[in-house]
Design a protein around this ligand. Structure first.
Ligand code: ADE
Length: 249
């Protein structure tokens, strides 16, 4: 009898942690973010390993310089290929990586399906650009995927790398206490999330919808689905159209 293959996310969670290596010229930026919150707990539970590396340690320059003026002139500095190449080579000699991701405003837009996909991978390298960005040869020869967190330009890729880590790590099985909650997020089923309420049921006349207090689970589920559909139509109509196109083949 043929065996069903186990999903990569299960294998990663139970046999080895998801490993993310971040290459940056500003490693301090990550310490408070990764030292607190769910990302910290995920690491202390051994589900995820996030290592932040200072790219300057791979600089061949005695002043640990990692950037230079652009050939052909123009404003701003460009990150050099050599320190980045040396960093990636060293990491690759230690383990295999599924993707080497460059955070860039013109990369693939990060959305829930991309986060889901990345959460099923074992090891990732995230390269944060700075100044004008990286020497194009880095993109041509070393990078396997480019990711953007939106159509706007940040001063560097660090915030984008932190956003990507957060979106990916919370999907790793076991990271969020309530296993169902990551799956019921906005976007997971192609719809935004329905509204939530908590006590008190009546706050100065602002009332919680009766159906949520009814105890009738089928009605509650139907109401939530209806709300999610309605909100998606109002706020993200493109998601409904994309879903219909997908269904039609
Ligand atoms: N670096 C600068 N801007 C960025 C963006 N919008 N997404 C990812 N990386 C970036």
């Amino acid at each position: 009898m043929e065996r069903m293959p186990l999903p990569q996310s299960l294998i990663s969670a139970f046999l080895w942690p998801v490993r993310i290596d971040i290459l940056t010229v500003l490693p301090e930026l990550f310490s408070s973010w990764f030292g607190e919150s769910i990302l910290e707990r995920a690491q202390s539970k051994g589900l995820v390993e996030i290592k932040v590396h200072d790219l300057r340690q791979w600089s061949p320059d005695k002043h640990r310089k990692v950037d230079d003026y652009p050939f052909g002139g123009g404003a701003g500095m460009v990150m050099q290929v050599e320190p980045i190449h040396r960093a990636i080579e060293q990491l690759r000699a230690e383990r295999d990586y599924d993707e080497v991701i460059y955070l860039s405003p013109d990369g693939l837009l990060l959305d829930q399906p991309l986060a889901n996909n990345l959460s099923t991978k074992g090891n990732l390298i995230l390269l944060c650009g700075h100044y004008k960005g990286v020497d194009e040869r880095v993109r041509e020869h070393l990078i396997t995927m480019e990711v953007s967190i939106g159509n706007y330009v940040l001063t560097g890729g660090e915030l984008a790398a932190a956003v990507l880590c957060d979106a990916v790590v919370r999907l790793v099985p076991g990271v969020i206490g309530d296993e169902t909650s990551a799956l019921s997020d906005s976007f997971q089923d192609g719809l935004v999330a329905p509204p939530d309420y908590t006590r008190p049921a009546d706050y100065q006349g602002w009332k919680v919808p009766d159906v949520l207090l009814s105890g009738h689970q089928a009605n509650i589920d139907a109401w939530r689905h209806q709300q999610a559909l309605e909100r998606t139509r109002q706020r993200r109509p493109g998601m409904i159209e994309a879903g219909e196109e997908g269904e039609g083949g």
